[in-house]
Write a protein that binds this ligand. Structure first.
Ligand SMILES: *Cc1c(COP(=O)(O)O)cnc(C)c1O
Length: 408
């Protein structure tokens, strides 16, 4: 039996909003924008000057979030034509890097027309296509290219990684065996407008700082050796995102200070290089809450279930990652009906949603003695890969509200 850990503490602003919303306006995503700013500022402060910080927009592309991150990031990483247009509209004029597998010619043209001059290139085919389209759409301009490589990483460092994308067969990036050919294409005059800026590698998600540092170190050493072999200079190595968010320990944070110190040491060994990181989850997960109310409580074959308004069609994270979403029950004393209020008799309650599928589970065996219909529940760590990865239309329930709480 898995058990949920200690309930995470809500900020006062979030608690107040969750308790004051009418039931009909739940579920709701509630974002603490002040908490987001403080966290992003702490991340930026922890990183040394040789490190550029880009936000991977796919983690949460809400315009308010993109804008709030503005002062703390150097730019945004986008991975589709849709994200490109959206992010360019939400944070006009900010630098964008265009990554992601399977870029279409129309997406590349749109990026060039929007002024994007930096591409993370995923294949030789894409490189040649980019060269041809740049000649047509943006003659005379220079476009910075970072080929993305699927590098082998020390097996130990990735053992616990939930989503390893490197060092094993994947559709992401280029096989390292093609590195010499790709550098050749970028330096032998075949692609005169494209400039080999450096190397990109995003190898895993869910790594803690020491493993992230080990991976970053091996990417940088590999890139430096590649450049030396070809007698070319590279200016930048992008070591990706994937800093862990521990859903079983919601109060913990990735060790940004330790990571920053390690990157500073790495940077000092290679003063010619700019290092770049592009986290998504670890920047925005903590500022978001999915708040709802308990609709019903039942006892079934020895276990307690609370059915909440909403479900995994709004917050798919626990279903996709196979975890229990950390949550905090908020008691509500009102009970408007003349009949008895459904309440949990046991100590542990499984929180499910309104979908007609056994997969619609938000958190199993949550310590919630006495949880009642009408009580509220706030699910934490819902600020990344939450609403925007969910299958909203399945069963056609209404969409949640969105609240961006700001205190100045
Ligand atoms: C998804 C992704 C990221 C961000 O990953 P997180 O786990 O959210 O930090 C960064 N770079 C690339 C290329 C990605 O695909």
């Amino acid at each position: 039996m898995t058990t949920a850990t200690a309930a995470p503490s809500l900020t006062d602003a979030v608690r107040e909003r969750v308790l004051s919303l009418p039931a009909g306006e739940l579920p709701a995503y509630v974002y603490d924008m002040q908490a987001l700013r403080l966290h992003a500022e702490a991340v930026r402060t922890a990183l040394p000057g040789c490190v550029e910080l880009y936000y991977a927009a796919k983690a949460n592309p809400e315009p308010e979030i993109l804008a709030a991150l503005g002062p703390y990031v150097d730019g945004y990483e986008v991975a589709s034509g849709g994200e490109l247009a959206h992010v360019a509209g939400a944070v006009p004029g900010r630098p964008l890097a265009f990554g992601g597998p399977g870029k279409t010619p129309a997406e590349i043209v749109a990026a060039l027309e929007l002024g994007v001059r930096r591409f993370h290139v995923e294949s030789e085919h894409e490189l040649r296509m980019l060269a041809g389209l740049t000649r047509q759409v943006a003659p005379g301009t220079r476009v910075a290219v970072l080929p993305r490589f699927n590098l082998p990483v020390a097996a130990g460092s990735l053992a616990e990684s939930a989503l390893a994308m490197g060092g094993r067969p994947t559709p992401f990036g280029l096989d390292p065996s093609r590195a010499d050919a790709v550098v050749g294409l970028l330096t032998d005059g075949s692609c005169p407008q494209l400039e080999l800026r450096g190397v990109h590698a995003h190898l895993a998600s869910g790594l803690r700082a020491p493993e992230q540092l080990a991976v970053a170190g091996s990417i940088v050493e590999w890139a430096v050796r590649l450049a030396a072999r070809h007698g070319v200079r590279i200016a930048e190595v992008n070591v990706g995102g994937g800093m862990t968010v521990d859903y079983a320990a919601p109060e913990e944070r990735f060790d940004w200070s330790g990571y920053g110190e390690g990157l500073a040491r790495l940077g000092a060994r290679h003063p010619e290089l700019t290092l770049r990181v592009e986290p998504g989850r670890a920047l925005t997960a903590y500022c978001g809450w999915y708040a709802t109310e308990v609709l019903d409580v039942k006892h079934s074959h020895g276990e307690e279930f609370a059915v909440v308004r909403g479900g995994t069609h709004h917050l798919r994270t626990p279903a996709t990652k196979g975890h229990d979403q950390p949550c905090t029950p908020l008691p509500v004393e009102d009970w408007p009906h003349p009949w008895p209020r459904p309440a949990a008799r046991g100590e542990r309650v499984t929180l499910t949603g309104q979908l007609c599928t056994p997969k619609d589970v938000l958190a199993r065996h949550v310590p919630a003695l006495g949880l009642r219909a009408g009580d509220r529940v706030a699910f934490a760590l819902a600020g990344a890969y939450a609403w925007n990865i969910s299958h909203h239309d399945f069963l056609m329930h209404p969409r949640p509200g969105f609240h961006f709480l700001d205190r100045h």
